[in-house]
Design a protein around this ligand. Structure first.
Ligand SMILES: Nc1ncnc2c1ncn2[C@@H]1O[C@H](COP(=O)(O)OP(=O)(O)OP(=O)(O)O)[C@@H](O)[C@H]1O
Length: 286
């Protein structure tokens, strides 16, 4: 079988990004298998959003470092250049961002129907004349995320959590094979945050959709994602089972922010895979 059909969902190799002399990502490499649900965690400024934007091809990594990202077997970017056929790749990636998810003045269902952009002629989207079959698909997706009753409201009238679920419904209509969610619960109350995470987890479990979600709140990462990738100062410092993350490692990771991140009670042992707390402390202090 080809890599496109059977390889990893996401492959990141030696990704480095420098903003005006500041290294936001430093030789980050990892792979995510199809059907995984993975949390990307790290303190504020550790590089989570920068990495997510690279994964969806919104920004390009540094040139001449050999950095590369492949999604579903096709190139997203390589060596500082976004792939020419990025649109066809994006059609298979659903994105759920903290803000700017929806066009506020359009109805919820129209926003969700933009998920069909890859398969519909542009004039249908511009004129809002969607086929009944597509409208029914959009309604079914909204029903699945629990907000069908809001379908004909202006998107701007939805709460933050409902807007995130509408963005997930758009990914469903899009039949996205990978969902990338960048801090989708950052500004939500606990009940709304739980609903959004439940929705992502259900789609991952039921459809086998690969989900990568960046989270500030560690307790949600541990609860919903079997695997965690942790960044500190742009470097990957942990990649392994969330069950193996210890209090020590989390405390090293978050330093003085530790009180804000919903740190759950964790055993002090066993040691995490692939990272020593002492090494992390040294990194945090550097
Ligand atoms: N467009 C940019 N121009 C300059 N510096 C940037 C830019 N985007 C990000 N950075 C810097 O890169 C580093 C990583 O930022 P990033 O937003 O990825 O962190 P984060 O882990 O997502 O943080 P938070 O949890 O606060 O959202 C930070 O030092 C940030 O200031």
């Amino acid at each position: 079988m080809t890599d496109a059909a059977s390889g990893p969902a996401i492959k990141v190799a030696r990704l480095t990004k420098t903003f005006r002399g500041h290294r936001a990502l430093d030789a980050v490499s990892f792979e995510i298998g199809r059907g995984e649900m993975v949390a990307l965690i790290g303190a504020s400024g550790s590089g989570k959003s920068t990495l997510m934007r690279h994964l969806s091809g919104l920004i390009a990594c540094d040139r001449n470092d050999g950095g590369a990202i492949r999604v579903l077997g096709g190139s997203v970017q390589q060596n500082g250049r976004i792939a020419r056929d990025i649109r066809s790749r994006r059609a298979r990636i659903g994105v759920v961002f903290q803000q700017f998810n929806l066009v506020g003045r359009l109805s919820v269902i129209t926003n969700v129907l933009t998920g069909t952009l890859g398969t519909l002629p542009l004039w249908r989207v511009i004129t809002g004349r969607f086929r009944r079959v597509d409208q029914l698909r959009a309604l079914a997706a909204l029903d699945r995320v629990g907000i069908a009753e809001w379908a004909h409201r202006r998107a701007s009238t939805l709460s933050g959590g409902q807007q995130q679920r509408a963005a997930i419904a758009r990914a469903l209509v899009q039949q996205a094979e990978v969902i990338m969610a960048d801090e989708p619960i950052a500004s939500l109350d606990p009940e709304s945050a739980k609903r959004v995470m439940d929705t992502l987890a259900r789609i991952n479990a039921e459809d086998g959709t690969t989900v990568v979600v960046s989270l500030h709140q560690v307790d949600y990462a541990l609860k919903y994602c079997p695997r965690v990738i942790a960044l500190a100062k742009g470097r990957l410092i942990y990649d392994g089972p969330s069950a193996a993350l210890t209090t020590d490692l989390l405390a090293s990771l978050y330093g003085t922010e530790v009180e804000d991140i919903g740190l759950p009670d964790r055993p002090a042992a066993p040691q995490p895979l692939g990272a020593e707390p002492a090494a992390l402390r040294a990194l945090a202090a550097s």
